[in-house]
Ligand binder design. Sequence first.
Ligand SMILES: *[C@@H]1O[C@H](CO)[C@@H](O)[C@H](O)[C@H]1NC(C)=O
Ligand SMILES: *[C@@H]1O[C@H](CO)[C@@H](O)[C@H](O)[C@H]1NC(C)=O
Ligand SMILES: *[C@@H]1O[C@H](CO)[C@@H](O)[C@H](O)[C@H]1NC(C)=O
Ligand SMILES: *[C@@H]1O[C@H](CO)[C@@H](O)[C@H](O)[C@H]1NC(C)=O
Length: 221
Amino acid sequence: MAIATFSFVAAALLVASAGAMTDNSATVLSKAMKTMVASDFVYEPLVKNSDVNSSLSQPRMVEQWKALEGQGIAQSYFKLGACSLRPPHVHQFAAGLLYVISASNLSVGFVTNNGTAVTNYISTGASTLFPQGLIHYQQNLGCNTATYTISYNSENPGTQVVVPALSKLPVFGASLGLDANSSKSAMSSVPAAPFVDSSDPLCVARCKLSGPVPAAAVGGR
Ligand SMILES: *[C@@H]1O[C@H](CO)[C@@H](O)[C@H](O)[C@H]1NC(C)=O
Ligand SMILES: *[C@@H]1O[C@H](CO)[C@@H](O)[C@H](O)[C@H]1NC(C)=O
Ligand SMILES: *[C@@H]1O[C@H](CO)[C@@H](O)[C@H](O)[C@H]1NC(C)=O
Ligand SMILES: *[C@@H]1O[C@H](CO)[C@@H](O)[C@H](O)[C@H]1NC(C)=O
């Protein structure tokens, strides 16, 4: 019985390794990869932001980086200014694994399927998970710029920023319980930028920032 089990396992391993070899052309070497040179396996961001205090997102997804094709993986690099918010968004096709390169207090959170908020305050060296398809955010409550990466288990994670997306629908105001006038003013206050600066009044005061003081409105401004 033990011998039979052993040879079954050995046979399975042989089949698996043979399979892995014949699979090379389909998985390890994507169509695009066959024509690639060594430097194509290194990603150099096109958008470089030298202002240390302003926010920046540098996606390294298949759209920007062909080597990822067929690999089911991607990454983004973020720089989030003091008191800035990366507003609630979802990745329809991937979970996100955030790693903090440098932050004193990064507020991160998501809402579970049953409507429970999960929030944490993390700092340099920590990792946190955003489950696939759930609304989540990052907010820098520290007075120095936060830097972090997020890795995704898809080469094309898909990103939809919740409030701007919602504001495109004719039922935006109605879904917030607003009358027509309030709905119009809420819509005009939805930030277009990918980041919301001065997103937390206590943080702005603590860090003595001179930027715009946030007003209570839809979208976090
Ligand atoms: C960036 O922010 C830090 C901390 O608030 C400040 O000391 C520094 O002067 C800022 N640097 C620039 C270039 O604005
Ligand atoms: C981070 O900010 C939150 C919210 O203001 C606060 O409760 C927490 O104590 C802060 N953590 C650190 C390490 O400063
Ligand atoms: C939602 O899930 C959380 C965590 O699993 C649980 O603690 C909570 O009771 C649940 N809430 C509802 C309304 O089911
Ligand atoms: C909406 O604004 C218009 C024009 O400013 C005003 O006449 C109207 O009374 C307002 N409606 C409500 C429900 O506040």
